[in-house]
Design a protein around this ligand. Structure first.
Ligand SMILES: [Zn+2]
Length: 405
């Protein structure tokens, strides 16, 4: 088998968070050696760059792309959404994201298209839809009484997403697993980009959440919670949900509970910023979304800052789809703004993200035996700014999938 030698650069060690000069040798889809002075059959010059493990984004939505104007969904032909998703997947891969957790929208066909090479993109774990109570963040009901088409609209590959009560929850989790869900996504609070719910209110009661988690775990699946309200964050942690997404209103007790339970936090700091960016570039963002974004953006950052300082396990996730795809690496700059060192932000985007997804034996570290998902990043490895422009080469499963000038 051909040995690809990546030489002349440095390697980021996502265990220690340090960088050292080293070569990397790839055979097939595996890393077979890391160290100084290696040889190979084909050479890839890595001088001036640092070799990172492929980046992992634990929260994306390929069925949206930062449009945020509900009328865009109304005017998009149903099946066009799948072709649009394919382009977004390619854009994400080119930015160095080789694995994602799809947090609602993409179904088993989208995942299959990527796996079969029909649509290049990051490997994905999919949640398919987002479980929501009546009137919750995922409810498509509008004040006029109509249901808007949006990234969660039911179709043969994507079960209806509104559930109330433990028994409905039990059936729904089973439907999702039948449809191919790798992870179950639930909203344990209201959210920002939805008309009739409040991000400060907890959603679902303990009996519903414990049924959800026990059904998911029985099928070997974890649960991820859109959790913004203090109450919804705590009920998710109590129920044994694996990761808190967004975590806007975390108080000290919630942070203590996360530390005690080992719950992961996926901050998605770039999402509220993306809503304001969209308004600034002239997108017709609904007023309620702007108002709620303004209400949460500062308290969100403060909450994430406290959690980072307390040592909560943080995995990188962006909510890309709220922001256009391909800007994922902006999140690292915002994590640094909330108190992480650049090295900690890179660990969150590699090793910790792989741990959250249960992929840490295969990904997230540049080491012998791991899958050859690699990013060659130019510039200072202790600087997490301007990352998109610094991504030189992206390797996924041993193949060069993107080269940027
Ligand atoms: Zn999301």
């Amino acid at each position: 088998m051909t040995r690809l030698l990546i030489h002349g650069g440095s390697v980021f060690d996502s265990i220690s968070g340090t960088v050292a000069a080293a070569d990397v040798v790839v055979e097939g889809d595996r890393i077979v050696a890391v160290g100084p002075g290696l040889d190979g059959d084909e050479a890839l010059d890595a001088s001036g760059t640092t070799v990172f493990p492929g980046f992992i984004d634990c929260h994306v939505h390929f069925m949206a792309d930062g449009q945020l104007d509900p009328m865009v969904d109304v005017r998009t032909p149903f099946s066009a959404n799948f072709y649009l998703a394919a382009e977004r997947m390619g854009r994400t891969l080119a930015t160095g994201i080789t694995t994602v957790r799809e947090a609602g929208g993409s179904d088993l066909g989208v995942k299959t298209a990527q796996q079969q090479g029909l649509a290049p993109g990051p490997d994905m774990q999919i949640s398919i839809t987002i479980l929501s109570q009546t009137g919750g963040h995922g409810d498509s009901w509008e004040p006029c009484g109509a249901h808007m088409p949006h990234l969660l609209a039911a179709h043969p590959g994507r079960p209806h997403n509104i559930v109330d009560g433990p028994e409905e929850m039990r059936r729904k989790v089973r439907e999702l697993i039948r449809a191919g869900a790798d992870v179950i996504k639930v909203c344990t609070s209201g959210g920002v980009l939805s008309p009739r719910d409040d991000p400060r209110h907890g959603h679902f009661r303990d009996d519903e959440l414990s049924t959800l988690v026990s059904e998911a775990n029985a099928a070997g699946r974890w649960v991820m919670a859109h959790a913004q309200a203090t109450d919804g964050i705590k009920s998710a942690i109590r129920a044994g949900i694996r990761s808190i997404e967004h975590g806007i209103y975390m108080d000290d007790e919630a942070i203590e509970m996360m530390l005690a339970k080992g719950t992961y936090l996926v901050p998605t700091l770039v999402a509220p910023q993306g809503v304001l960016d969209a308004r600034d570039r002239g997108v017709n963002v609904p007023d309620y979304a702007i108002e709620k974004t303004k209400m949460v953006i500062d308290v969100h950052r403060e909450s994430i800052r406290k959690a980072i300082a307390a040592g909560v396990k943080v995995a990188m996730g962006t909510d890309a789809g709220v922001v256009p795809h391909g800007q994922n690496l902006r999140e690292l700059e915002l994590m640094v703004g909330c108190g992480m060192t650049p090295a900690q932000a890179f660990v969150a985007t590699t090793r910790t993200a792989a741990e959250l997804m249960g992929l840490h034996h295969d990904r997230g570290v540049v080491a012998e035996g791991r899958r050859a998902d690699l990013v060659l990043l130019a510039g200072d490895p202790n600087d997490a700014s301007g990352l998109r422009e610094r991504v030189r080469t992206v390797i996924q499963a041993g193949r060069v999938v993107a080269e940027n000038a």
